[in-house]
Design a protein around this ligand. Structure first.
Ligand code: HEM
Length: 391
């Protein structure tokens, strides 16, 4: 269904689908968590309808054999709200403000060794590094646990694993081992600590502790949700700057506009292609019958370019009102980490544009998408640039 992954720009395909096949079933669609077949929705209002009706469209479509299937991302009300509220306070702008200077120093340490070379693969050197470091710092686990997680490739959303759902489980098992070790040690009193995971181990809902499956579900959703999406965001923002040299110059002169530019990147090159729901019972969306148990894929990337909602949707315009974009979802499951992702991107590009100008894609670069069915991101982004401190 998704066109050749050699196509970087999915907007023309999204436009065709919105016009010709706004709600279409693809029996061959490989579900990341096993099985085949899904409806695909492309229009903004149809997608909003699904997100507004969680009593019809459930988030419990991921097997509970997967850690992600035990997370609040994949849990319906009323338990969803109870689980989410255990961590929500940690994500408010005030709560994450303490990370500001730490993220700035990480950006500096990633960039400084590369500035004199005047070139780098931005994905490998920066976009893949910063979000992982940030989430691990945010989780605040003991150094020996963080050290085990730092070198791991985090790919729960499907860049590299095959269509075999077992491969996803294996990857989750590998990534969850250090968390499992920490949870066991904490429960036995071998280690202590004040961090998000320790808070969850101590927490209870209606007098009951969380199960181990729920604790590991939290670990995996925070790690994966926070890393792979933000990697895509940073890469897409850099790609946009390479394509728009005038925007680069403008932002160097007007750094206060960086947050507005990042907000438009989220709409224009949404880091997430699509996310899913499953119909609880037979229902109808815009005249199309969806049967109970069928999977529904919501192409937020297409909704964000819907001309019924956004004027001149293919124009990158940092002054437009894009507050209703669906990049972070919408409704009860809307992204809990959106402020953290925005803060990372704002700091990252403030530091980047302090040091670099004239950023462009290397002439011999052959770009392709990562191939993830969930994220919209580039495999590599080789860039050249001028070091602003060298005349
Ligand atoms: C640009 C970066 C990001 C994008 C584009 C993004 C996108 C999304 C989207 C579309 C959803 C809704 C999924 C659904 O409705 O099924 C979501 C939910 C979620 N995101 Fe993010 N996300 C980003 C960054 C983060 C970060 C930094 C974290 C931090 C850990 C995070 C953690 C989560 C969690 C835990 C949920 C589930 C919320 C719930 O079910 O109540 N995300 N995200």
């Amino acid at each position: 269904m998704i066109p050749s992954i050699d196509t970087i720009d999915l907007a023309p395909w999204c436009h065709r689908m919105r016009v010709a096949h706004p709600i279409v079933y693809n029996s061959e669609y490989p579900r990341v968590h096993g099985g085949k077949g899904a409806w695909h929705l492309f229009r903004y209002h149809d997608i909003r309808y699904v997100l507004d009706h969680h009593e019809i469209f459930s988030s419990e479509f991921i097997s509970r054999k997967n850690h992600l299937g035990n997370s609040f991302l994949a849990t319906d009300p009323p338990r969803h709200g109870k689980l989410r509220s255990l961590v929500a306070k940690a994500f408010t702008p005030t709560a994450i403000a303490y990370l500001e200077s730490w993220i700035t120093s990480q950006c500096e340490s990633l960039l400084q060794p590369l500035l004199s070379a005047g070139k780098m693969d931005f994905i490998d050197a920066f976009a893949r590094q910063l979000p992982k470091r940030t989430i691990l710092q945010f989780l605040g686990l003991p150094p020996e646990i963080t050290a085990q997680l730092l070198p791991q490739e985090i790919d729960i959303l499907g860049k590299n694993h095959s269509e075999d759902p077992g491969s996803l489980q294996l990857m989750e098992e590998r990534i969850s081992q250090p968390f499992y070790q920490y949870i066991s040690q904490y429960q036995q009193g071998i280690t202590s600590g004040h961090n998000i995971i320790a808070g969850l181990i101590d927490a209870n809902i209606d007098g009951e502790k969380l199960t181990l499956a729920e604790l590991l579900g939290f670990c995996i959703v925070l790690l994966s949700g926070g890393i792979e999406t933000t990697e895509a965001f940073l890469g897409n923002a850099m790609y946009t700057l390479c394509k728009l040299p005038a925007l680069q110059e403008y932002l160097i002169q007007h750094p206060a506009s960086i947050p507005a530019a990042m907000e438009e990147v989220l709409r224009f090159r949404s880091p997430v292609l699509n996310f899913h729901r499953i119909a609880r019972h037979n229902t109808i969306i815009n005249g199309i019958e969806i049967k109970a148990g069928e999977l529904v894929g919501l192409y937020s990337i297409s909704a964000n370019r819907d001309p019924e909602v956004f004027n001149n949707p293919d124009e990158f315009n940092i002054w437009r009102n894009n507050s209703i974009s669906l990049s972070f979802g919408h409704g009860i499951h809307s992204c809990i980490g959106s402020m953290l992702a925005r803060m990372e991107a704002r700091i990252a590009f403030s530091v980047i544009l302090k040091h670099m100008s004239g950023i462009g894609i290397q002439e011999d670069a052959v770009l392709s998408l990562s191939g993830s069915p969930i994220t919209y991101d580039l495999k590599t982004l080789p860039i050249t640039f001028r070091n602003r401190h060298i005349q």
